[in-house]
Design a protein around this ligand. Structure first.
Ligand code: PMP
Length: 356
């Protein structure tokens, strides 16, 4: 099999066994004589995929029954729009941890006041700002739990007395946290949990009830809740891949095992950076380092270009930084294996010895 070492930031690798299972079921899902993308979304077979997917999420995340789960087309960017359209009545606060926070805030500005509760701009988003300044009558605080572009991740969540909405697109189900402490969590699933094009959205029932109802039905969470994510034809393939990924996580031993593995994977690469005598310069401050996206620079843009090219020659794909910031980035989502991390760590070490 000719698979590369894939460190793409999203879409990203899925486990080979999951891809093979999808392949095997593609023409005949559970004896129906048709594939999942060919059958009615109202069929009992597909309805049971939806129900099972929600139930697996409740179990894996240890969610209390006061939550709703819905699946919505349009990825993360649609959620920037929907969260503010539904929940911004007066003003909303944004933890400014970089580009994705800006996109969320700029969408919200169409519906009311959207302001930064803090900012890490002063040091090019290399850290997670701790304090939040919340104005009176703020409807919610939006945080990006993992900052895909800069490689920072929240290890301690803000303590505020207003609802928190989390964009967990790039670290959902990569670690065990208390998911019940947030009023809303959403994530584009294309990094840790499946195929691109959909967001998984988890809302507290009471919070959902505070949403505006004077907006178009298709943009109301209420509609997705009442119609069990099938107001119109849902993104069937995305939901199906999410279902497969949840089964895979359970098969690995659940979130605690996934977290342990992710910790080990990230350490293999951060160790190479830290022991390189400044050859590799990590972007994020140590205490806020992400386990999902490891960002670093070499001494010049030319050297980075050479590093990325040599990596590609050695079948390490996707190690370039985001187009807005440059540099290098190695993304280590759930499906990236420990062996892939050992291989790229070895490559980095050999490259340093050749060039330092
Ligand atoms: N939030 C975060 C943290 C992301 O990393 C991304 C995409 N990389 C988005 C939101 C936007 O998601 P999408 O491309 O699915 O709209």
């Amino acid at each position: 099999m000719n698979r590369v070492y894939n460190f793409n930031a999203g879409p990203s690798p899925l486990p080979l066994e999951v891809l093979e299972e999808i392949r095997d079921e593609m023409t005949n899902f559970k004896g129906t004589g048709m594939g999942i993308i060919e059958m009615s979304h109202r069929s009992k077979e597909f309805q049971s995929v939806i129900e099972e997917t929600k139930s697996l999420l409740f179990d894996l995340m240890k969610l209390t029954p006061d939550h709703e789960i819905v699946f919505i087309q349009g990825g993360g960017t649609m959620q920037f729009l929907m969260e503010s359209y539904n929940f911004l009545h007066t003003r909303a606060a944004y933890a400014d941890t970089g580009v994705w926070a800006h996109k969320a805030r700029d969408s919200a500005a169409f519906f009311g006041e959207a302001y930064d509760a803090n900012s890490a701009k002063d040091r090019n988003y290399s850290y997670i700002p701790e304090d939040c300044l919340i104005k009176p009558e703020t409807d919610y605080l939006h945080i990006t739990t993992n900052n895909t572009i800069y490689g920072t991740e929240y290890w301690k969540f803000p303590e505020v007395d207003i609802p928190i909405i989390c964009d967990m697109s790039s670290d959902i189900l990569s670690r065990r946290i208390d998911f019940n402490r947030f009023d809303m969590i959403w994530a584009g699933i294309q990094k840790n949990l499946g195929a691109a094009g959909m967001a998984l959205v988890i809302l507290k029932k009471d919070f959902a009830k505070t949403a505006r109802t004077d907006i178009p039905p298709f943009l109301q969470y209420k509609t997705f809740i009442e119609k069990d994510s099938a107001y119109n034809t849902p993104p069937v393939f995305c939901i199906y891949t999410l279902n497969k990924m949840l089964h895979w996580i359970i098969k690995q031993g659940g979130l605690d095992i996934i977290e342990k593995r992710n910790k080990e994977k990230a350490k293999l690469i951060y160790d190479i950076i830290d022991k390189s005598n400044g050859f590799y310069k990590g972007h994020a401050v140590k205490k806020d380092r992400s386990r999902m996206n490891i960002t670093f620079n070499l001494s010049s843009a030319d050297e980075e270009k050479d590093f990325i090219e040599k990596a590609k020659e050695n079948r390490f794909i996707g190690v370039n930084g985001h187009r807005l910031v440059g540099g290098c980035r190695i993304s280590l989502y759930n499906a990236v294996t420990i062996d892939a991390c050992k291989a790229v760590a070895q490559f980095m070490e050999a490259y340093r010895k050749d060039h330092q």
